[in-house]
Design a protein around this ligand. Structure first.
Ligand SMILES: O=c1ccn([C@@H]2O[C@H](COP(=O)(O)OP(=O)(O)O[C@H]3O[C@H](CO)[C@@H](O)[C@H](O)[C@H]3O)[C@@H](O)[C@H]2O)c(=O)[nH]1
Ligand SMILES: [Mn+2]
Length: 286
């Protein structure tokens, strides 16, 4: 996968979720819940660049955004569910080892109010909402596509102005049912207003990404490599695609480390089994 990425990007830099070689990381080892968050913070170490724009992997750039580099750290667009916080899926920053260290130290001390990088960065850059309006990126640089967060009449009115669409939330484009034969995505209701943009994501995937994937790749990439695009599907292929989609969906939805941890599931099963005789007794007596 790294080789494929190197064909497309100028720099492919590997970062570890937790790296015991590093003092800041060592401190974070005591806070494993911050591990994934920490990974995103590595972007501040790209000191070979003067200025950078961070983009979540679930963003889709629709127009040239070079002017973002004229903004200062930390510039970002408001988050739709709490506009006094910025959404951390798109932000302008200045790489600096010093800032990286300060943010990680801050993380170790204060944690993150939402358990992710967005809470942490909003705490660290705590005056974003009030200090400098130039650091408020227009919303078109980070438009949340999910219907329940979307102001649909505005989406319709301003859709041609959207520069970056962000598939924030659990339902990602790659989890949406896709028919490899007709090359069409079965857009769910939550994205009905953005159907052509979901289709655009899949068209880019079919035309520019699929040929770079191979069956021996791990995870979703390996599974997507097995799609046979534009040819008639055998019943086996159809069944496979349905199964893959379902597995993606389910793995995307299940909170293995939290409420859906095996211990909790087991507890629930045990409780249900224990509760059953009582229920029957109740029904019997009533
Ligand atoms: O296994 C993973 C998980 C996440 N990421 C990266 O982390 C980003 C954030 O995850 P995502 O699923 O996109 O989160 P969102 O649904 O966008 O949710 C919000 O909450 C996150 C946690 O605070 C923030 O990072 C997001 O910017 C914010 O939009 C991804 O885009 C990736 O770039 C990975 O590389 N690997
Ligand atoms: Mn995201």
């Amino acid at each position: 996968m790294r080789d494929r990425l190197k064909d497309v990007y100028n720099v492919v830099q590997e970062v570890n979720v937790l790296d015991s070689q590093d003092a800041a990381n060592l401190a974070l080892l005591a806070r494993p819940e911050l591990g994934v968050t920490f990974t995103k913070l590595h972007c501040w170490r790209l000191v070979q660049f003067e200025k950078c724009v961070f983009l979540d992997a679930d963003t889709l750039v629709l127009k040239n955004c070079d002017e973002l580099f004229e903004r200062e750290e930390l510039s970002a667009a408001p988050d739709v569910s709490w506009p006094d916080c910025f959404n951390s899926g798109v932000f302008v920053f200045t790489p600096s080892v010093d800032t990286f260290t300060k943010i990680t130290e801050f993380a170790v001390q204060n944690g993150s109010f939402d358990g992710g990088d967005q809470g942490l960065l909003n705490q660290y850059f705590g005056d974003w909402a009030t200090a400098d309006i130039k650091k408020h990126l227009p919303f078109v640089y980070n438009v949340t596509a999910y219907a329940s967060y979307c102001y649909l009449p505005a989406f319709k009115q301003f859709r041609d102005k959207i520069k970056i669409l962000h598939f924030a939330g659990k339902l990602k484009p790659w989890l949406i049912q896709f028919n490899s034969q007709t090359k069409t995505a079965a857009t769910p209701n939550e994205y009905a207003h953005a159907q052509d943009l979901i289709q655009h994501w899949w068209t880019i995937f079919c035309d520019n990404v699929h040929q770079s994937l191979t069956d021996n790749m791990a995870g979703l990439a390996g599974a997507l490599a097995q799609l046979r695009i534009g040819v008639q599907r055998t019943p086996e292929q159809e069944q496979y695609e349905n199964l893959m989609r379902r597995q993606c969906w389910e793995s995307g939805q299940i909170d293995y480390a939290g409420v859906d941890a095996f211990d909790n599931i087991w507890k629930k099963i045990t409780q249900t089994l224990e509760a059953k005789p009582d229920k029957e007794a109740e029904t019997g007596s009533s």
